[in-house]
Design a protein around this ligand. Structure first.
Ligand SMILES: [Zn+2]
Length: 66
């Protein structure tokens, strides 16, 4: 067990992008630590998940903001 605390991942309320920042580096939206479902979008144009979430760029996202 490591005594070092890892920064929790936060999700952007607007675009669902995952980050450790208080503000989304992508869209500047507010982030929250209440989210569920991790998804990595690799090929935006081939991803139904990306389409459903309105994601236009590759990256790591939260499926749902709680
Ligand atoms: Zn965002």
């Amino acid at each position: 067990m490591s005594p070092r605390k890892r920064k929790p991942l936060r999700a952007c309320k607007r675009c669902h992008f995952l980050t450790t920042e208080e503000r989304c580096p992508r869209c500047g939206g507010e982030t929250t630590d209440s989210w569920e479902g991790y998804v990595a979008i690799l090929k935006v144009e081939q991803s139904d998940v990306a389409k459903a979430l309105g994601i236009e760029e590759e990256g790591e996202y939260a499926l749902q903001i709680l």
